[in-house]
Design a protein around this ligand. Structure first.
Ligand code: AP5
Ligand code: MG
Length: 218
């Protein structure tokens, strides 16, 4: 199963990706997570990406494309993968298609998580993440058992640097102008799977499974 998951900031891509990769046993490749890991480790890539991310803009295509294309050529991706946060521009989508074609394969579906814009800011500003295991919570929608503490490893939860309200608003507008056109791009290829992401987390996942034709109830 070769999948991409699309949707605006705070739509629930990472949340659904965690369930999808468990269900379909494919690697989760999140470009946002790759950049945050590089920032944490102080790499050159991290230093370059940080300024764009802190402003709510996109990291330039030439820094992103090579990383993703190298990653999907690795052995653990030979039976599938889930790309989360990539592609984000038409150029990235075209580069991905060309790379897959060279590998004699193609995408199976593009899952598009649709969420009312007025929910997005609350979702992003209320998000808390575990710096150790990466688990994502929300202070009211999906809280940990003990406030501020990860259920899995007891680490203190943190807020992402780009989850300040004004940065989130910028990210949403960048999404509208640069990433939303990919919905038509994948529709044109017959790959689009629209899912209502304004529902409860578990219901969104049920709809994704159903859409992918693998619902347990079938
Ligand atoms: P990235 O990390 O990809 O961020 P994003 O696309 O802005 O998306 P988010 O991670 O904020 O949201 P999400 O959809 O994953 O939502 P989540 O599941 O966490 O990218 C960050 C930055 O890196 C970019 O701005 C850019 O600078 C750079 N970058 C990355 N990829 C790039 C690329 N390809 N090209 C160029 N630059 C790139 O959920 C959000 C919150 O809502 C959580 O608290 C969660 O618990 C809650 N929630 C989730 N689902 C529900 C639900 N159904 N109901 C209620 N609450 C919910
Ligand atoms: Mg995410």
């Amino acid at each position: 199963m070769r999948l991409v998951i699309l949707g605006p900031p705070g739509a629930g891509k990472g949340t659904q990706a965690a369930s999808i990769v468990k269900e379909y046993q494919v690697p989760h490749i999140s470009t946002g997570d790759i950049f945050r890991d590089n920032i944490k480790r102080g790499t050159d890539l991290g230093k370059k990406a940080k300024s764009y991310m802190d402003e709510g803009g996109l990291v330039p295509d030439e820094l992103v494309n090579e990383i993703v294309i190298d990653r999907i050529k690795q052995d653990d991706c030979k039976d599938g993968f889930l790309l989360d946060g990539f592609p984000r521009t038409t150029n990235q989508a075209v580069v991905l298609d060309a790379a897959l074609e060279a590998m004699k394969t193609k995408l199976d579906r593009a899952i598009n998580i649709q969420v009312d814009t007025d929910l997005l800011v609350n979702r992003a500003t209320g998000r808390r993440v575990c710096p150790e295991c990466g688990e994502t919570y929300h202070i009211s929608n999906n809280p940990p058992k003990e406030a501020g503490i990860c259920d899995h490893d007891g680490a203190k939860l943190i807020q992402r640097d780009d989850d300040k309200e004004e940065t989130v608003a910028k990210r949403i507008s960048v999404y509208e102008s640069q990433t939303a056109p990919l919905i038509d791009y994948y529709k044109g290829q017959g790959l689009l799977l629209n899912v209502n992401g304004s529902q409860e987390i578990d219901q969104v996942f049920e709809d994704i499974k159903k859409g992918l034709g693998e619902s347990r109830n079938q």
